[in-house]
Design a protein around this ligand. Sequence first.
Ligand code: HEM
Ligand SMILES: [Zn+2]
Length: 283
Amino acid sequence: MTVAQEFTASQTSAADAVTTAGQLPPLRLPLPTAAFARCDRRESGCQKRAGEAASAPPQDESALAWYRWLAGHHLAVGVWRLQLDHLAVLLEPHCSPSAAVAAMRSIAVLYDSYSALLLYSGSCAPEAYSAVIRSRMKARHAAFSGTWAREYERISLLLAELGRGTDDRLKNAMRFNRLVHMSVGRRLVPNGKSLLRESGGVPGTTTDADRDRFDEFFLISREAVCRHVLAAVLVDRVTLVLDDIARVPLDIEYDNDAVRRFQTDVPSHLATLVGAVGTWKVL
Ligand code: HEM
Ligand SMILES: [Zn+2]
């Protein structure tokens, strides 16, 4: 039996573990092109309506792999939503030079948080990735793809609108993010091919049905919530993730030294995310 077969056989049913342990409630937020719901925080006590709290991460290896994949993606969507707000400021026709510097810095800092989340999401063994995560995405759709993420698609659009007007700090954060993404991809999928490529698909041909499929798979529910509710949920989930990596730290042999070292900084980038959410919700 190969290691992968042994691993699969030892998980009596990976799908069962996935559905019984470490449940995460849906991430509720508006479409990236829609504004947050208006509310008066003091009168409505809106944060109490943040919904069901997420449960702590499970211990079982496959269930933990799934939990990290889902929680990491929820937080990445949150990060992208924050970045979109800063990009909107940057693209305002009368954005002052000092506001532009501040917005670009915030977007760069959030790219580092996204890089930390890539390492967290993809921190399982390659065998668990294949048995628990890739197989479930493939079962949902043969070409299942990260390019279907609505928020990320919009970020790419706004960054293209911004053109060459990005500073070095932001360029470096984006470059490092690509390196982390590729390193995670190479470790989890040795041939490096995404499901999209493997099934002969072409990036950039996303349909609304694909975008809905991504939301549905990752338990993302498009709802008219206010920004305080989203902020409360994000802080709650980052706290769970920080507890999780304090218990089972990220210590993976990546083929790139900078990526390997960055694992030590993951908790501090996630703590920074809590601060960024706090500032953003009162913008
Ligand atoms: C760890 C969590 C991951 C997240 C949050 C994520 C997210 C994304 C997103 C948003 C995109 C579209 C934008 C872009 O090109 O950056 C994308 C594209 C891509 N991802 Fe990931 N990804 C993850 C893991 C992986 C893994 C494990 C692989 C392994 C094959 C992979 C391979 C790719 C490839 C090759 C693309 C380019 C489009 C394509 O060729 O399909 N990603 N990913
Ligand atoms: Zn509110």
